[in-house]
Design a binder for this molecule. Structure first.
Ligand code: 13P
Length: 253
């Protein structure tokens, strides 16, 4: 079944990048992607300020554009927020929802993440729903319980393999250089797929891409992205250098 899932390599730039370096990085990736047909999808998720200029630079490229968050409502009095329809309008195909940094910094609950994912799907975007346990939860042996309940609480029942991507990002692995073992990653991904099957049906779950995120780099990418239930990566730090990001993508082939 795994061979039907095309790897997705997504770069989450987080709150990094001004116009000049963001466009430079984008151009470098466009060039690499244009050289020949690749067996993976490449997605970049710049900060909101760079979505318009990056969209303009990407014009016609196979590199896809995603945002890092959206509001649950389509429009209205929500100062500082951006709706999924606005993201779609500007050229985004994807939006990350429920990243652990938003769950922590902005107190986003599974309920709020679910509402954002619904809004994203309604606007025609693919929602990348993030889940993952903290170090304390892992130490307490609660990884399976936490991840299962986040998937059940955050994933809309009407999602399918085209409108949904899941990203498993253990919070303690983000930006730390630490990762779970390959066996641990595979175990959680298989559990996520099983949980998903109960929500959106077995056939859809079998085709839905589940990404691993947390300290993915050119050195560990081959092992992590080669696991049976890992269908790509959500890459933070290593996505800020075009060569490193490309090396991670290359490892998925
Ligand atoms: P790092 O790759 O920097 O650990 O970040 C992972 C992440 O949070 C991607 O969304």
């Amino acid at each position: 079944m795994a061979q039907t899932r095309r790897p997705l390599i997504a770069g989450n730039w987080k709150m990094n990048g001004l116009t000049s370096d963001g466009i430079e990085r984008t151009r470098a990736l466009i060039e690499k992607m244009a050289a020949k047909a690749q067996p993976f999808d490449l997605l970049i998720c710049p900060p909101a300020t760079l979505l318009a200029p990056v969209a303009a630079a990407l014009n016609g490229s196979a590199v896809r554009l995603g945002a890092q968050d959206c509001h649950a409502k389509a429009s209205g009095a929500h100062t500082g927020d951006i709706s999924a329809a606005m993201l779609k309008d500007i050229g985004c195909s994807h939006v990350i929802v429920g990243h652990s940094e938003r769950r922590a910094d902005h107190h986003e609950s599974d309920h709020a993440v679910h509402a954002k994912a619904v809004a994203a799907i309604e606007a025609g975007l693919t929602a990348i729903v993030c889940v993952g346990e903290t170090e304390a939860q892992r130490d307490a042996g609660k990884t399976a319980e936490v991840v299962t309940s986040q998937v059940l609480g955050s994933v809309p029942a009407r999602a399918n393999h085209e409108s949904l991507v899941i990203a498993y990002e253990p919070v303690w692995a983000i930006g730390t250089g630490k990762t779970p073992t390959a066996a641990e990653v595979q175990e959680v991904h298989a559990l996520i797929r099983e949980t998903l099957a109960g929500q959106i049906g077995e056939a859809e779950a079998a085709q839905t891409r589940i990404l691993y995120g947390g300290s993915v780099n050119p050195k560990n990418a081959k092992e992590l992205l080669g696991l049976p239930d890992v269908d790509g990566g959500l890459v933070g730090g290593a996505s800020l250098k075009a060569d490193d990001f490309w090396a991670v993508a290359d490892a998925s082939r």
